[in-house]
Design a protein around this ligand. Sequence first.
Ligand SMILES: NC(=O)c1ccc[n+]([C@@H]2O[C@H](COP(=O)([O-])OP(=O)(O)OC[C@H]3O[C@@H](n4cnc5c(N)ncnc54)[C@H](OP(=O)(O)O)[C@@H]3O)[C@@H](O)[C@H]2O)c1
Length: 244
Amino acid sequence: MSTDSATGRVAVITGASSGIGEATARTLTGAGYRVALLARRADRIQALADELGDSALAIEADVTDRDSLVAAAQRVQDELGGADVLVNNAGVMLLGPFISDQRAEQRQQVEVNLLGAMTATEVFLDQLRDGGGDLVNVSSVAGRVAGPGGAAYHATKWGLNGWSEALRQELQPDIRVIVVEPGAVATELAGHITHEDTREGIEAFVASTAIRPEDIAEVVAFAVTRPQSVSLSEILVRPTAQAM
Ligand SMILES: NC(=O)c1ccc[n+]([C@@H]2O[C@H](COP(=O)([O-])OP(=O)(O)OC[C@H]3O[C@@H](n4cnc5c(N)ncnc54)[C@H](OP(=O)(O)O)[C@@H]3O)[C@@H](O)[C@H]2O)c1
């Protein structure tokens, strides 16, 4: 049920094992939500669920594996009564030049960031429709601007934005679609970049500029706790010191 009261609402968060997803789980739990924590690193989400207590359920799931999402949705239905909010947060940012050596990273970004969000949404859609729900897609400032050295990542986030806007119109008024576009945030995201020069440059930029994952989590929590008649459709959240 989508109301301004969080009591009893259930939020499913993909990529809850670290960074923005983990912070969002903590913030929503603090706001009275029960949360399903989805990610591949089962040890991380189980430790978080143990810390959050009865309000949290850890479910190992890979957003590129539809069967694991279907199994997760069944557990959310059986153990939490269904999802009111889906936060499509799972993502990878494997920046680098558009060269053949990077083709696996290019494909992985599309499969996780874009197709993973689409699959999770498709799988949880009936639960979100039941009583009215919220779909939060964690995009990026990289979905608003583009530049060299990360073409595939930009493509996933621009794609996520276009898909979200079409879905917003298609699913209203039953489901609110909320796009959150962070700028630089201090998480482990950049640490997975395999192209060494790119990783060093991005890590230095993040270290000098980034805001905290909690800053994004608070924006997500604010958006989903507005009255059902109020939709924050697109929210760009940058560090004040970030130019682009
Ligand atoms: N940090 C930033 O500066 C920034 C800026 C703009 C947008 N974003 C976006 O914010 C989102 C969260 O990123 P973050 O910064 O918090 O980075 P992070 O700490 O690396 O978190 C990424 C999360 O995605 C999960 N994930 C990756 N591949 C997955 C898969 N195949 N199936 C399920 N989960 C998967 C990871 O969990 P497992 O590895 O355990 O599966 C992890 O929990 C991403 O969509 C990212 O593009 C981040």
